[in-house]
Design a binder for this molecule. Structure first.
Ligand SMILES: [Zn+2]
Ligand SMILES: [Zn+2]
Length: 312
């Protein structure tokens, strides 16, 4: 294990901005912040640098494969600041065994699940059943429109088939994320673009499912979540109010310092609106402007703790 002094020196070297402790992070946003959607970085200091730079108190590390040792090292380097979700290639026969082992090793959810399969296909259905058995939530990336040529689609069929999945897996806790999940807040969306703009037409699939199904939650991360909440301020305020117990702040930010340095959205041309910015900061600012402090606190902190059954 890295010694505390060496670790702090590494953090200081990695962070371009002054390091904020947990108390300062709370002061910056008026509430502690839990980032549900943070992709694990191999250098422990790089994970901390993004948290501290963006004023995030605690982050959920998203990993793939058999990585328990790396996760434990990151958690040991910064006690209390990282939870963990793991994913595994759902087309592989040992996916269930690997994910079961991850949960035994401390993973508190499955995710992010991002594979070229149908949302209601047999590969993911096996994972929905396993998540229910192990009593952990499952975080899914829904995307129907390429960001790059021939990228392919991910967990396809959200708008058409996911209601049936919610119905047939009532014991599974689902967390929806990404382009198709968020574009479908508007009723007039038909996969014409990854990030539609303009006023939201009421009655979208995502809005309805969040209202009708106790087992569905929304992960507000990435350009997709930020874009959806930037389209129509009146809709956004009302949406946050109505689903205040079902929404979870997340960043999915790739920037290095919590201030937008580097590539925040993997140079996705469709997400140019957020290039050079920290997605965590952009979305936290947007939520603060759009919701009263009590609702902001639920979305930024309280809801994730309830969902993961950990003390806030
Ligand atoms: Zn994703
Ligand atoms: Zn960032």
């Amino acid at each position: 294990m890295i010694k505390r002094r060496e670790f702090l020196e590494a953090v200081a070297a990695a962070a371009a901005a002054p390091i904020l402790g947990r108390q300062d992070a709370t002061a910056e946003w008026g509430s502690p912040v839990f980032d549900l959607h943070f992709h694990f970085r191999p250098q422990p200091a790089a994970n901390i640098a993004h948290q501290d730079g963006a004023g995030v108190t605690k982050a959920n590390l998203l990993t793939r494969g058999r990585v328990v040792d790396q996760v434990k090292a990151a958690q040991a380097a910064a006690p209390g600041r990282f939870t963990w979700f793991n994913s595994f290639d759902v087309t592989q026969p040992d996916a269930e065994q690997a994910l079961t082992q991850a949960v035994k090793d401390g993973a508190q959810g499955f995710g992010e699940m991002k594979f070229h399969v149908a949302a209601d296909g047999p590969e993911l259905r096996r994972m929905y059943a396993l998540a229910a058995d192990l009593r952990v939530p499952i975080l899914i990336h829904f995307q129907e429109v390429d960001h790059f040529p021939n990228e392919g689609t991910w967990s396809t069929g959200f708008a058409k088939s996911f209601e049936a999945v919610l119905k047939s897996h009532p014991r599974t806790t689902f967390i929806g994320h990404a382009d198709a999940f968020w574009a479908n807040v508007s009723e007039n969306y038909h996969n014409e673009s990854a990030y539609p703009s303009g006023p939201v037409r009421r009655g979208g699939v995502t809005d309805r499912l969040l209202g009708d199904y106790a087992n569905l939650f929304g992960d507000m991360s990435a350009n997709s979540g930020n874009n959806a909440m930037s389209r129509d301020p009146e809709f956004t305020a009302d949406f946050l109010k109505r689903h205040q117990d079902k929404l979870l702040f997340g960043s999915d930010c790739g920037c290095s310092d919590g201030h937008g340095t580097g590539a925040s959205q993997a140079n996705n041309p469709g997400a140019a609106r957020i290039a050079g910015k920290c997605v965590a900061r952009e979305t936290l600012g947007l939520l603060k402007r759009s919701a009263v402090p009590e609702i902001f606190q639920k979305i930024a902190w309280g809801n994730a703790h309830k969902l993961l059954r950990i003390p806030a």
